[in-house]
Write a protein of this length. Structure first.
Length: 347
């Protein structure tokens, strides 16, 4: 007896047979640039965990100096798709090159968080020796307070290599007139914090670049040195910016632009209020629009981030576990980033 199968049944059967081999769709690959300070690392793992668990992305991390990560993300080839903690004005040169001008290959999130940055000293140094201003550092008797424990020239801890703020710190020391009394020392954040802890233990001086949010502001009494107020950018790449002023206090020439950057730069004021962004490549927008849309909606709360940094740095909670705990305790925030309308928000 012959048995006949309708063509539709055969087709359906064939598709069903092939499904296990062919219907597992590839996940969207997302490479997050791994910046090397704890706040950035915490944000990286929060976003990576959400992309993996809520948006079915295949997340990996690539470490590198910020200029290298910027260039990689701007290429649009998937080598880096996301930068998670980009500070302005610190990264103004790269911002002009890749975000607002040049390639326009990176897109910022809609709601950056605000950060404060500058030179900090221990509170006991300020209270005991009346050190309040960057100009106080010009005094020989004040500079002597910041000599390292092992002796030698006073040190200004300007920050990690490759950070724009590190170059800015060197320029400020020159223009405020205390560069001849301090050695500008570039150190990773962990080394700076170790020097800070050692100085506190010995009740000695230490002056260093720092920014909020960070756990050290919960652990130590730190005071920011006073500087003249910011009154405008004077560099050419800021023309057209609302903060541009031809004779402004802030003229920064990046080492990536001019080898004679230190002599051609001139900075005699405090940082303007910093805005800190998540950047997404335009290539990711095209390749994984849902993930890119989520990243544009991310809005970091600095105090929440400060608490998270404290858990990672001081309580030694593994960063991936800390990120998962943060996500579990902040479901409404995560849903807002994802564009999920909760019952409360719908009413």
């Amino acid at each position: 007896m012959s048995i006949f199968f309708p063509r539709t049944a055969l087709t359906a059967g064939l598709i069903a047979a092939l499904l296990p081999a062919t219907a597992t769709f590839a996940k969207d690959k997302v490479v997050i640039g791994e910046q090397n300070w704890t706040g950035a690392i915490a944000i990286q793992h929060i976003l990576g965990e959400i992309i993996s668990t809520r948006l079915d992305g295949d997340v990996s991390y690539l470490a590198g100096d910020v200029p290298v990560l910027f260039a990689a993300a701007a290429k649009g080839d998937g080598s880096v798709d996301v930068l998670t903690d980009i500070w302005l004005p610190n990264q103004s040169a790269a911002w002009a090159k890749y975000v607002t001008g040049g390639t326009r290959s990176l897109v910022p999130n809609k709601r950056p968080y605000l950060g404060v940055q500058g030179f900090y000293i221990p509170g006991y140094i300020q209270d005991t020796y009346n050190v309040h201003s960057v100009y106080d550092l010009k005094k020989p008797e004040v500079a002597k307070l910041f000599e390292p424990l092992g002796g030698g020239e006073a040190q200004l801890l300007v920050g990690p290599a490759g950070w724009e703020s590190t170059y800015i710190g060197e320029i400020k020391a020159q223009d405020y007139g205390f560069a001849d009394k301090f050695e500008a020392v570039s150190t990773e954040a962990s080394v700076t914090y170790a020097k800070l802890a050692a100085a506190y233990k010995a009740h000695r001086g230490v002056v260093f670049y720092a920014y909020t949010p960070d756990w050290i502001f919960s652990a130590f009494d730190l005071r920011r040195l006073e500087e003249p107020a910011f009154d405008g950018y004077a560099q050419d790449n800021k023309k057209g910016d609302p903060l541009y002023k031809a004779d402004g206090c802030w003229k920064f020439i990046s080492p990536t632009v001019d080898a004679d950057w230190k002599n051609k730069s001139h900075i005699t004021c405090a940082y303007p209020d910093a805005k800190v962004y998540v950047l997404t490549s335009t290539a990711l927008q095209k390749r994984a629009p849902k993930i890119a849309s989520f990243l544009e909606n991310v809005a970091i709360d600095p105090q929440s981030l400060n608490d998270l940094i404290l858990k990672i740095e001081k309580e030694k909670q593994p960063v991936d576990a800390a990120a998962k705990d943060w996500i579990a305790t902040n479901p409404k925030v995560v849903d807002t980033w994802l564009g999920v309308q909760t019952l409360g928000s719908a009413q």
